[in-house]
Design a protein around this ligand. Structure first.
Ligand SMILES: [Zn+2]
Ligand SMILES: [Zn+2]
Length: 416
């Protein structure tokens, strides 16, 4: 029988990598918590209908990238390809708007898309998402963007560019989309097949095309900024003033559209200069129609998502936790005694492990070396007879035999 290997596009994360994700999540919890955001956890599996309604039938995500299957009851279920739909579904289902005027939510976890795997893009990937539901103010947009930048700084992502656009609203966007449609019909021959298809189904999505041929054509097209209504113009102006006041540099990019249908007004993206073509590390925007599209009340929202795989590639190395001790028991008869010592130290907040079998001294010392622990504790017959432990400093060198009750103080004191 052959060995079973993991499926393509999925990753096993060993400690060095896993700890980077834990670090990012810890920074997110700290910074978002300061800003009043609280963590929600929604299911990884939802009815397929949810994603069809929120993301849109015409999108690549819904058409070809979801992991969808029919369960024993004949229902079509999908692994979530993004987090916002599930959050908003929960928000509407539990009528959260009746309990609080503004819900500030973040969530961390895996998403699933059946895309071609490449560097920094996995079929099971991880995101941190923030959503602010119930707040129409441009202050919510600005707060969100500043919080995102703060988070990126905290995990050591230095070289970033913030791009902003306004996608207009139901009042002013239709006129723009119509003009864009007319323009695209005229230049249709110069567009790629994807753009030709999108031009009819979801016109603004054409702006998202990354092909240089299409980009060159679109440069000449109409710009949303020329069609914005007074409210949208005012909203965007206030967002940019708040960002200026918050010390955030940005570039406006008229071709920045978000990949999903329900975005309006503010759209933003943070790019890193370090990963070339795949350079967006976070993106988001306002989605005032989304709650309503799930039969909730007409409640506005703004949010963003960051892909952790790309951030993990860009982050400086994080220091792994170093164990405080590695306990070596040198005599079979002392294993239980040693176990009690180890448990006492762990109970007081020190980290470490011990040997469960007594083998040659050299082999045991090698284990202690490999553990990377600050201290090696030796418990042999001499130490046991004297009620003592030998403490060996693995960094500085040197060792001394001390009364057992002093071990904690020595380890805890030297830690700092
Ligand atoms: Zn408008
Ligand atoms: Zn194109």
């Amino acid at each position: 029988m052959s060995r079973i290997s993991r499926i393509k596009g999925f990753a096993d994360m060993f400690p060095e990598e896993s700890e980077r994700y834990t670090f990012m999540e810890a920074q997110a919890r700290r910074i978002f918590g300061v800003c009043g955001f609280r963590e929600w956890r929604t299911p990884l599996l939802e009815l397929t209908e949810l994603f069809r309604r929120t993301i849109g039938d015409e999108t690549d995500v819904v058409q070809k990238e979801m992991y969808t299957f029919v369960d024993a009851k004949g229902r079509s279920l999908s692994l979530r390809p993004e987090a916002t739909a599930g959050i908003v579904r929960a928000y509407v289902q539990e009528s959260c708007y009746e309990r609080e005027r503004v819900s500030r939510v973040f969530t961390c976890g895996p998403m699933f898309r059946h895309e071609r795997p490449q560097k920094g893009r996995m079929r099971q990937f991880h995101q941190i998402n923030c959503e602010c539901l119930g707040d129409p103010s441009p202050m919510a947009d600005a707060e969100m963007i500043l919080m995102l930048l703060e988070f990126l700084k905290a995990i050591g992502i230095g070289k970033t560019v913030l791009k902003l656009n306004s996608l207009g609203c139901v009042a002013c966007r239709p006129a723009y989309v119509e003009r864009l449609g007319e323009f695209l019909a005229k230049v249709s021959g110069d567009l790629c097949p994807d753009c030709k298809r999108r031009a009819a189904a979801n016109t603004m999505r054409v702006l998202d095309c990354k092909r240089p041929e299409c980009r060159a054509v679109l440069e000449r097209g109409p710009k949303m900024s020329d069609f914005q209504c007074a409210d949208c113009r005012d909203h965007f102006g206030r967002v940019t003033r708040l960002l200026d006041a918050g010390g955030a540099a940005y570039e406006t990019d008229p071709c920045l559209v978000r990949g999903l249908d329900y975005y309006c007004r503010t759209a933003f993206e943070v790019l890193s200069a370090d990963i070339g073509a795949q350079s967006a590390v976070a993106g988001g925007g306002r989605y005032d129609g989304l709650v309503w599209s799930l039969n909730g009340p007409d409640i506005p929202g703004v949010g963003f998502a960051c892909g952790l795989e790309r951030l993990a590639m860009l982050m400086p190395p994080t220091a792994s936790a170093v164990p405080d001790f590695h306990l070596l028991v040198l005599d079979e008869g002392l294993l239980e005694d040693g176990f009690a010592l180890m448990q006492d130290l762990r109970g007081r907040g020190l980290s470490g492990v011990m040997n469960h079998e007594v083998s040659g001294f050299k082999g045991l010392m090698r284990q202690a070396d490999r553990s990377g622990a600050w201290f090696c504790l030796l418990l042999g017959p001499d130490e046991a007879a004297a009620g003592a432990v030998t403490v060996k400093d693995m960094r500085e060198g040197g060792q001394r035999t001390v009364p057992r009750e002093n071990v904690y103080d020595i380890l805890a004191g030297d830690k700092s």
